[in-house]
Design a protein around this ligand. Sequence first.
Ligand code: TRP
Length: 328
Amino acid sequence: MKERLLTGDRVTGKLHLGHYVGSLKNRVELQDSYDSFFMLADVHALTTHYKQPETLKAHVNQVTLDYLSVGIDPEQSTIFIQSLIPEIAELTAYFSMFVTVNSLKHNPTIKAEASEKGYSDLYYGFLGYPISQTADIAFCKATVVPVGEDQLPHMEQSRKIMRRFNQLYAPVFNEPKAIVGDCARLIGLDGDSKMSKSKGNTIDLDSTKQEVYDQIKKAKTDPARIRRSDPGHPDICPIYTYHNVFRKEESGSIYEGCQKGMLGCVECKAMIAASINTLLEPMHERRDTYLQRSNYTKEIVQAGTERAQLIAKETMEEVREALMINYF
Ligand code: TRP
């Protein structure tokens, strides 16, 4: 029996290159070794988008296509919808009995997201999402969780919650471990430290060749370089970061060319745009193939959800036994 892997994505927007290098690439590499679960996190998305349920509905299919386009194989991996596994909500309720408000308030990712969103008072669901994220992992007893670096505080909290449950009641859960991609955080096109949909600084996985060229063309570079001969500072240039991630072998000569004022930004940008397009090309091909099969994404999500439901029922039997709520 293979160990289980679970991870999820909020269905609030398209997936982009930051998701790819931070987590999706890893998932594709790991899917042969683990029984893999990929969750369309709609309940989770409601923590910030409770006023826009239509956004979530629109992106369930989109994120599924993004998964398939990067090479997640629906024949071997399970793609499912979070809200259709009510056991996740049930587990969230049980876990929340022994997680303190302070431990949630001090979670650095919660803090950062709250300040980014300008929340002066925290919504209960938002504050508690590390608990529901623990339930996402626990319902199928996943031991491996590929995530971006920002999710590490949640993973630490998840491990603690499961450990506590096991101590209090019965050893039902295995503490999961996080796996972070080679590039835990990809810088945004605007130079912001994180590529993120809410900041509008992304290159989406379904971007056309032209869009990639245009976006890269507009991307921020070292402000000290006005003329081609001006010596550059690749360390502070987002485009250099992309070279380092997507054209690693040649990045040394890019560094030198920039620093010595021998390589111009236009040329440097054209090279990286071409490499990104090469990376995206097979994704577009897969996406087109899946798009031609009408209803296919719906069918695989339905089948995946049914499988996840069966597993959730099995785990809940053990959980109810442990909590002694098996009355009849
Ligand atoms: N919080 C994750 C994110 O914002 C998404 C997510 C939801 C998740 N449930 C999960 C990730 C469970 C790993 C495991 O990216």
